[in-house]
Design a binder for this molecule. Structure first.
Ligand SMILES: Cc1cc2nc3c(=O)[nH]c(=O)nc-3n(C[C@H](O)[C@H](O)[C@H](O)COP(=O)(O)OP(=O)(O)OC[C@H]3O[C@@H](n4cnc5c(N)ncnc54)[C@H](O)[C@@H]3O)c2cc1C
Length: 407
């Protein structure tokens, strides 16, 4: 059934025509939304995926970035596993390379999305309201549409954490790594990078290579590097027993993380410990060399940040001071679904949550019937795999097995 044609339906809302209905509306066309859409479509479900494909990766992530995840964990998911990264490289005659450059991954996603054809609608969703049975979606141009189910696959964009101490700096003085597409323009500038996770350290390396004068400042006592025990990954079948191919988390935990259904049965306090341990701040193995001449100050926090006429003064908690032109915040994100501006308060207040994460049951069902969440927002229920592209396979198959055909 074709669902994307705008029809001058007899049903009207606020004087505007309603487009034809669909079974499932997926909000967000990143790795999760695209994969879910393709699986749902293959099951014969009338699905529409909303949003500009791969927008977050193409527009926000630092130019020149390399993916932290291994190639095998960087595939989007389709039911026949035919639209893999490898298939894309073969089709576009690209040499496979690892680590994977950001641009290649973005192009791969844009190639993958062609499976959706006209079921991909590049407009943003402005608002979701209950409209029994199901939901009414308002799109960016004011058009409205009804969907029986809504799957929120809108990523982490709104969840950027900007610590209080940096609040008074202007957006040009303090940018978050998650909107650091153009950080290379800071060539020749003095830049403090705050944090020592992958985003912070990768941004520091890119800035340094663009001839900025960089200092990394991090609270943690030392910088951790992923893959320090690389010999453990080269012991054949024994390594496969210790680590999953997704390479998320340390020895043992890595295997558990690969079974999100199992993780969902673990008591919440233990599940949280596993989640935090699996994604603790650390830099990829190719970063130490690139950062060898970058100053890294650990065990120090910034206690004050003051905007001066044409620079920023940072006071550290040991009393020392830095003068910089820009601050790049690699301070992570805090999931809080009330920050999705397309979800009105009337809806979010009925969604049972654990501190901003929706409480999800099998099929990624929230406590509001028909409303599902996939991607990072599902990580508190199904574990840290859902923070990564590698979770698209599980999320899509699980969704499809719980969403019935409604026509
Ligand atoms: C710097 C950085 C590096 C990372 N590196 C890796 C890595 O190497 N490997 C890995 O697996 N993960 C990595 N991640 C995590 C990564 O964010 C997730 O793996 C991935 O983006 C999850 O896909 P998603 O579809 O849930 O979210 P996204 O890719 O964020 O896609 C969600 C999309 O929804 C869109 N959207 C939001 N609101 C609306 C709306 N109202 N209407 C329509 N569309 C909307 C957004 O524009 C966005 O394009 C990294 C994250 C960051 C920030």
């Amino acid at each position: 059934m074709k669902v994307n044609t705008v029809v001058a339906s007899s049903a009207k809302s606020n004087g505007r025509p309603l487009t034809s209905d669909c079974d499932v509306a997926v909000i967000g066309a990143g790795p999760y939304g695209l994969s879910a859409g393709v699986h749902l479509k293959a099951k014969g479900i009338a699905v529409r995926v909303f949003g500009e494909p791969m927008e977050f990766w193409a527009q926000k992530m630092p130019e020149g970035m390399l993916l932290r995840s291994p190639r095998v964990a960087s595939n989007l998911s389709d039911p026949d596993r035919a639209f893999t990264l490898e298939a894309y490289e073969a089709a576009s005659k690209k040499e496979p390379c690892a680590p994977l450059p950001l641009d290649t991954f973005v192009e791969y996603g844009k190639w993958f999305r062609h499976q959706l054809g006209s079921d991909l609608d590049q407009r943003n969703v402005l608002r979701v309201d209950r409209d029994q049975p199901g939901f009414r979606l308002t799109l960016q141009d004011g058009e409205e549409l009804r969907a029986t189910y809504v799957v929120v696959a809108a990523g982490i964009g709104p969840f950027k954490k900007k610590p209080e101490v940096f609040r008074n700096l202007s957006p040009d003085q303090a940018i978050h790594c998650y909107e650091g597409r153009g950080i290379r323009k800071y060539s020749g500038k003095r830049v403090a990078v705050i944090g020592a996770g992958q985003s912070a350290l990768e941004s520091a390396a890119l800035l340094h290579e663009a001839n900025a004068h960089v200092e990394v400042i991090a609270r943690q006592p030392d910088v951790k590097w992923i893959g320090q025990h690389s010999w453990l990954h080269h012991m054949g079948p024994i390594s496969s027993m210790l680590y999953s191919s997704h390479d998320i988390g340390p020895l043992g935990i890595s295997r558990l993380v690969a079974y999100p259904k199992l993780v969902s049965y673990v008591p919440l306090t233990l599940r949280d410990k596993i989640r935090k341990r699996a994604v603790r701040p650390a830099g990829a193995r190719w970063l130490p060399d690139r950062l060898s001449s970058v100053k890294i100050t650990t065990g120090r926090g910034v206690s004050q940040a003051t905007a001066l006429a044409d620079e920023v003064a940072l006071k550290l908690d040991d009393g020392s001071e830095r003068r910089v032109d820009h601050v790049v915040l690699g301070t992570g994100y805090t999931v809080d679904i009330s920050r999705y501006d397309f979800l009105p308060q009337e809806l979010t207040q009925d969604i049972k949550q654990f501190d901003g994460y929706p409480k999800l049951a099998s099929g990624f069902r929230s406590s509001v019937p028909g409303l599902h969440f996939i991607g990072a927002t599902a990580a508190r229920s199904f574990g840290p795999l859902l923070y990564f592209v590698a979770g698209t396979e599980f999320a899509s198959r699980e969704l499809v097995s719980h969403l019935p055909k409604t026509r």
